[in-house]
Design a protein. Structure first.
Lengths: 233, 292
């Protein structure tokens, strides 16, 4: 479904990703593990069109999306839930969610989608008219996930879902992602630690300094404690 | 009492006009983080086209106003498409866009001078007649101006709050990256904003063509006031801009009524400077994050 080949990308003058290749198959849930500052976020930003890749190729559903605009990539069904949530601070919870359904095809189904999201995140249903800037960290994370799910997503890309959350909320977030995964959506998740992904990942890639250094099935990779310890510390 | 009423009435009238002029500046700042210096020229476009439609084409006043607004909107959109869109993403975007819009303003004013000549034009009042309330002469056309302004500002708020495209404009101005990740086409949003802003400036010029004279350089005074208003209210904040428009308008009217017209502009600038010192982002400003 998603096929990244020899991707190079970065920011003005400094290349972050060097010849990175990865694949997410239909219905699969793939986790890219890597320490901070090694290119996880850059990878997702390049796929979703927020930054322009300088080399390589990104294909989605057989279609070349390497140099497509972000709005066309969303239209194709690739939804990126960004690091730090990036809510629209002066819009209410419900307005934030509606923006997730901005594309015409999703917009027509917004009422139905909204019900689905509220079912998954009852906490959002309780405060539809609260401004996003006044939500707590946990609520903001739910809002970011819910906003992503308002779209017609085929592949959901999630950037460090536990970042900045209170410890007692973290397991809750991964639980939610597991239930999203069980609806059949393909998932590409990037994370810094392997603690919560055992029941979530089908395959795992290890990323270091902008290149993928190892790839394998989740069970073998995550049980190789020596490898993980050496690699993630 | 008479003076007080005179000042409040004048203030609401000025505030309405400033609101119309400033709303475009603030909308465009909100989504593009740039100052559109062609707003004054678009005001002139609105005034001249309304005059032409009424005087030369013999159309009814309301149709003439609609033509003035439409013409300004089209030219505002052209400025966006032909100039601003090409500058997007440059590191010097803010300066480049400001200079480009100054250039556009000069072109439009020169064109107006060639077409209409240097002599000023004036529209007859949209609605003639006046009456005296508490010793103050109230011209009906001024009431029309206030009413049209309030209605269009309310319509704009509803558009921004209740429609998909309106919410998208707010989304782009509050969190550009997230807006792109929602699939909101940003360049299209910029074009919508530029068109709405220009239409409002055109509406101001069009309505005022019956109060003041229309001339190629008539846009500078309203542009200056609109800049004061948007900086005072907080660039990018619709709410702040509307508040500031009426605060500045009433303040100006009080200064004129009680101290004379000569005091108005210097004191307004003083106010703006004080605001910049005390609260640099204005009453309800968005701050000055650079993001394009």
């Amino acid at each position: 479904m998603l096929k990244v080949t020899d991707l190079q990308a970065g920011y003005a003058g400094s290349e972050v990703l060097h010849s990175l290749s990865l694949e997410v198959r239909d219905g699969e849930s793939v986790v890219v593990l890597g320490p901070n500052g090694h290119g996880k976020t850059t990878l997702l930003r390049a796929i979703s069109g927020l930054i322009r890749p300088t080399g390589g190729r990104i294909e989605f559903d057989g279609q070349d999306i390497t140099h497509k605009r972000a709005s066309d990539i969303v239209a194709a069904g690739v939804i990126h839930i960004p690091q730090g949530d990036l809510p629209f601070p002066e819009l209410t919870v419900i307005e934030n969610l509606l923006m997730g359904a901005y594309r015409s095809d999703a917009w027509r189904q917004r009422k139905y989608k909204l019900e689905q999201v509220f079912e998954l995140f009852p906490v959002l249903k309780e405060r539809p008219n609260q401004l996003a800037r006044s939500l707590s960290g946990g609520e903001r994370r739910m809002l970011a996930l819910g906003r992503g799910l308002m779209s017609k997503a085929k592949l959901l890309m999630i950037d460090e879902p536990s970042l900045g959350l209170a410890p007692f909320l973290v397991e809750n977030v991964y639980e939610t992602i597991r239930s999203i995964r069980n609806t059949g959506l393909s998932i590409l998740l990037v994370d810094e630690n392997a603690d919560h992904i055992a029941d979530l990942a089908d395959r795992v890639y290890l990323l270091e300094a902008g290149s993928l250094i190892k790839e394998g099935g989740a069970s073998e990779m995550l049980h190789d404690e020596a490898l993980l310890a050496a690699y993630l510390g | 009492m008479e003076k007080l009423f005179q000042a409040v009435y004048g203030g609401i009238l000025y505030g309405s006009i400033y609101g119309l002029m400033a709303i475009g500046l603030t909308l465009i700042w909100g989504s593009l983080r740039m100052l559109n210096m062609a707003m004054g020229a678009l005001y002139v476009v609105g005034g001249f086209l309304t005059w032409t439609a009424y005087k030369q084409w013999d159309l009814p006043p309301l149709v003439a106003i609609a033509i003035g607004v439409l013409a300004a909107a089209v030219i505002g959109l052209l400025i966006q498409v032909l100039l601003i869109n090409r500058l997007l993403g440059r590191s010097s975007f803010f300066n480049a866009a400001m200079i480009a819009t100054v250039g556009a303003a000069i072109m439009i004013e020169s064109a107006a001078l060639l077409i209409y000549g240097p002599r000023v034009k004036q529209m007859p009042p949209i609605v003639a007649g006046q009456s005296k309330i508490i010793g103050v002469v109230i011209q009906y056309q001024n009431l029309v101006i206030i009413a049209v302004t309030v209605i269009s500002l309310i319509a704009l708020s509803i558009f921004l709050k209740k429609t998909r495209y309106g919410l998208a404009i707010q989304a782009v101005s509050q969190q550009m990256d997230a807006a792109r990740l929602m699939g909101i086409p940003t360049v299209m949003t910029f074009m919508i904003v530029a068109t709405i802003g220009a239409a409002f400036a055109g509406l101001a010029g069009s309505l005022l063509s019956s109060v003041f004279y229309v001339s190629p350089t008539a846009g500078y005074a309203p542009l200056t006031k609109a800049l004061i208003v948007t900086i005072f209210g907080g660039l990018g904040s619709i709410k702040g801009t509307i508040w500031a428009a009426y605060i500045i308008g009433i303040l100006e009217a009080f200064l004129i009524v009680y101290f004379g017209a000569g005091f108005a502009l210097p004191v307004l600038f003083l106010f703006m400077i004080l605001m910049l010192v005390i609260r640099p982002s204005g009453l309800f400003g968005l701050g000055e994050v650079q993001r394009l």
